[in-house]
Design a protein around this ligand. Structure first.
Ligand SMILES: Nc1ncnc2c1ncn2[C@@H]1O[C@H](COP(=O)(O)OP(=O)(O)O)[C@@H](O)[C@H]1O
Ligand SMILES: [Mg+2]
Length: 211
């Protein structure tokens, strides 16, 4: 997808400045709307040409956004949603994404405790969120979940058994940011499963401290 110059919504034109990220389902653009920084997430179907589910995707994200808000998980405000044209607009959270923070050294404890708190709120409700660090922004002292994706709880994709290993893997995050390689993060290229063994002791330590 080429960078659009602007995207029109009833409140006015959103001027698009740069690409923040391209995920499995969307392009997220940083833009401005009347002087305010916003994120415009435009759904795509590039990975799945034979199956069109994009208008589903904005509906799912809208539903998940309300669920997360109700559960007290810090997420950016949803500013506008267009199901027909498959995009949404949300508040931009200024700060550093967790993958970059981790690449600089282990995340500070107060940030981890906020992550654990989010996971426990989700767990109580039978949900998982996507605990991969690129989905979190640290703004000031506060941790935000900037993706709106919520899935039914499955232990295999929980913070405990899956996501937290990425938050401990400094070298892996550095390599991912430097060249996009997941080789030091995952057990094999297609497994989607984190390398665990070198981090077990640290994770045990974090869990005990959190209690
Ligand atoms: N509200 C936001 N504030 C700051 N950065 C954001 C925001 N929303 C998204 N991003 C950045 O854009 C990236 C992609 O957005 P995300 O909603 O996670 O899309 P995807 O579903 O494609 O993973 C994120 O990893 C994050 O770096
Ligand atoms: Mg994401």
């Amino acid at each position: 997808m080429q960078q659009p110059e602007h995207i029109s919504i009833p409140q006015g034109p959103v001027h698009i400045r740069s690409l923040l990220g391209r995920g499995k389902s969307a392009y997220s653009w940083l833009g401005s709307l009347g002087g305010r920084e916003v994120v415009c997430k435009v759904m795509h179907k590039e990975d799945c040409p034979y199956y069109s589910f994009e208008d589903e995707k904005t509906r799912l994200e809208e539903r998940d956004y309300h669920h997360l808000r109700d559960a007290g998980i810090p997420v950016p405000d949803l500013l506008y949603i267009d199901h027909e044209n498959n995009f949404l607009l949300k508040e931009y959270i200024p700060g550093i994404t967790a993958d970059r923070l981790i690449a600089e050294g282990l995340p500070p404890r107060p940030i981890l405790w906020q992550l654990f708190d989010m996971a426990s709120r989700c767990r109580q409700r039978g949900w998982n969120i996507d605990y991969f660090p690129t989905n979190f922004v640290i703004s000031g002292e506060r941790l935000y979940y900037v993706d709106y994706e919520v899935n039914p709880y499955d232990a295999r994709w929980s913070l405990e058994q899956w996501g937290l290993y990425y938050w401990a893997n400094i070298a892996g995050m550095r390599a991912m940011i430097a060249g996009g390689s997941m080789a030091l993060l995952n057990t094999s290229p297609d497994s989607g499963m984190p390398i665990r063994e070198p981090f077990e002791a640290l994770l045990r330590c974090w869990r005990e401290e959190y209690r």
